[in-house]
Design a protein around this ligand. Structure first.
Ligand SMILES: Cc1cc2nc3c(=O)[nH]c(=O)nc-3n(C[C@H](O)[C@H](O)[C@H](O)COP(=O)(O)OP(=O)(O)OC[C@H]3O[C@@H](n4cnc5c(N)ncnc54)[C@H](O)[C@@H]3O)c2cc1C
Length: 530
């Protein structure tokens, strides 16, 4: 039988950085020192070997072993070696902790770009890395706790052994807040913490979602007489015994399958207090600022990964006598995905800059807004990208199905969409002058649709505060689109900025690819360099 033709292999074996002209140019401008290391990392990540690691880590997910061969409780989790290889790659780049280890200008841009490249290949490994990174600023305020851990946080080594921290060169940290009765309203936490005569605490209760359960420690929320309080809960107690944390079950998840998420019970588990008693929620919300940024980066990565596969396939696959990428309707859809991807990437880099310079408008207002928006856009666009590969997109042989299953988690954890929208309103109420200054910046845009939207938001915010809550998503949408419109106009090609503004502010409905844009073929050439 003759070989079938018109078969397009997955896009693999390319450098993820040098094939992304927009990202490369942004890095050259904001963090030139990052170009060489990230170009090397982009090549490593883009290789067929790394694609195989990602496939293996997700195909052969973690398995819980509660008991050893003789029935002793061990609560171990077995991972495929590919999982550890992926964690080691990420850690080796300094992406876990370098933002806090140095004060090099552009370090947050470098981090965001590196995390973005990694997330295009494997998303699950970003979970423990994100939580570990976010723990640093919180712990650093408690020197007696942080000093002995400092070098382990900043280490570029990955140590997969399940042994006491004192014997390890590096550390992984998780977070445990969500209980059965709810994860959004943490004031209802039921786990209790009782102080011991030596100042340590014993925790009794449970967590319903507890990712990376074999991390060296978790920051958890438990209740003392003073209210919800944050605790440092190591996997081993200081005397080297396994802590009284029982892993009941691993979650059987839609996606994010390489990463272990679990349900746990605390049976008098040893813990140390972090921050003031009764102030656990603000402490963990501070961490969530960082993890939410990483959700934006992870979802921007999914947008890019889907676009790239769809575009590559369309450039080579024929239907009705012509290459798909040359057909007008396909171009309209692909351009829409390319614009979404580029705008998400630019927003993510702007947020990262906001973290570097501690800008309230970008850290406290735009980060939750972007978390809601970009994560949701990734859910929709990963479905579109999958569809652009036809049936081949839907089967598990390729990466599109994995991207699609992965997309919703960023939208749910670390605050689901509505919680993010309410957080944006809270940030506006707390610092109205910050919000107004940002809206004034948007209202000075050279693009009339952006100006109009910014002014509409100002009017909305000046209205009845009681009526605002029900419209919180409307506020978020307006803020993000204005921000992306301004960033695209400042940083992108004229054609891409024109197309973004025409399609995002035109009120054309909710389907991807409803508005044809001029120079579509050129925009697609710009999106993925050959
Ligand atoms: C794969 C995965 C891993 C996870 N890992 C962890 C982990 O390691 N540690 C951890 O602590 N948690 C973890 N979570 C839990 C996650 O953070 C919670 O699921 C999330 O915060 C939502 O909490 P909930 O599931 O209890 O939903 P609920 O709190 O019951 O909320 C349900 C819905 O109601 C909405 N809602 C809530 N309040 C309002 C309101 N006032 N107005 C309008 N809408 C509202 C929410 O947006 C949500 O959509 C993980 C979740 C997943 C899926």
């Amino acid at each position: 039988m003759a070989m079938a033709d018109n078969l397009v292999d997955e896009w693999v074996g390319h450098n993820l950085l040098t094939t992304d002209p927009a990202l490369l140019a942004s890095l050259q401008a904001a963090a030139p020192q990052a170009v060489a290391p990230l170009a090397a990392y982009g090549a490593e990540l883009g290789s067929a070997e790394t694609a195989q690691l990602a496939r293996d880590a997700n195909r052969h997910g973690p398995v819980l072993r509660q008991l050893d061969a003789r029935g002793r409780r061990i609560d171990a989790v077995d991972f495929h070696p590919a999982w550890h290889a992926l964690l080691a790659m990420y850690r080796r780049q300094g992406l876990v902790a370098d933002v806090f280890a140095t004060d090099t200008p552009g370090r947050w841009t470098q981090f965001a770009a590196g995390c973005y490249l990694h997330g295009q290949v494997e998303a699950g490994s970003l979970c423990p890395a994100t939580m570990t990174q976010a723990a640093i600023p919180v712990l650093a305020r408690q020197p007696e706790l942080f000093a002995p851990l400092r070098d382990r946080f900043f280490s570029r080594e990955h140590d997969a052994r399940d042994v006491p921290l004192a014997d390890k060169p590096s550390i992984w940290v998780g977070m445990g807040m969500t209980e059965k009765q709810g994860g959004s309203d943490l004031r209802r936490v039921t786990t209790t913490a009782v102080e011991q005569s030596d100042g340590s605490f014993r925790l009794t209760g449970h967590k319903w979602f507890f990712s990376a359960p074999t991390s060296d420690a978790h920051l958890v929320l438990a209740r003392t007489d003073a209210g919800p309080t944050c605790f440092w809960l190591p996997r081993y107690t200081p005397d080297g015994a396994r802590n009284a944390v029982q892993v009941m079950r691993l979650k059987d998840k839609l996606g994010n399958r390489s990463n272990a998420s679990s349900e746990v019970e605390f049976h008098g588990a040893w813990a140390q207090r972090v921050g003031d008693e009764g102030r656990g929620i603000p402490t963990l919300i501070e961490m969530a600022g960082y993890t939410r940024l990483n959700c934006v980066i992870g979802s921007a990565a999914l947008l890019r990964a889907g676009l790239v596969q769809a575009l590559h396939n369309a450039r080579e696959r024929m239907a009705f006598g012509r290459v798909l990428a040359e057909q007008p309707l396909m171009q309209t859809v692909l351009v829409d995905l390319a614009l979404e991807s580029e705008a998400a990437m630019r927003l993510m880099l702007r947020l990262a800059q906001g973290f570097e310079h501690a800008e309230p408008a970008w850290q406290r207002l735009m980060t939750p807004a972007a978390k809601l928006w970009v994560c949701k856009r990734a859910v929709e666009c990963s479905g579109e990208a999958m569809e652009l590969l036809g049936g081949n997109g839907y089967v598990e042989d390729g990466v599109l199905a994995r991207l699609y299953r992965e997309a919703p988690v960023n939208s749910i954890w670390e605050g689901s969409g509505n919680v993010m929208a309410l957080d944006v309103l809270r940030a506006i109420a707390r610092e109205p002058e910050v919000a107004l200054a940002l809206l004034d910046e948007f209202a000075a845009s050279v693009d009339a649709p952006v100006r109009t939207e910014a002014l509409a938001l100002k009017t909305l915010l000046a209205g009845d505060p009681a009526a605002l809550e029900a419209q919180a998503r409307r506020v978020v949408q307006g803020l993000v689109l204005c921000a992306q419109g301004v960033l695209m106009r400042r940083q992108s090609s004229i054609a891409a900025a024109d197309a973004f503004i025409a399609t995002r502010f035109g009120g054309d409905g909710r389907l991807v690819g409803t508005r044809a844009v001029p120079q579509a073929a050129r925009l697609l050439d710009d999106a993925l360099a050959l």
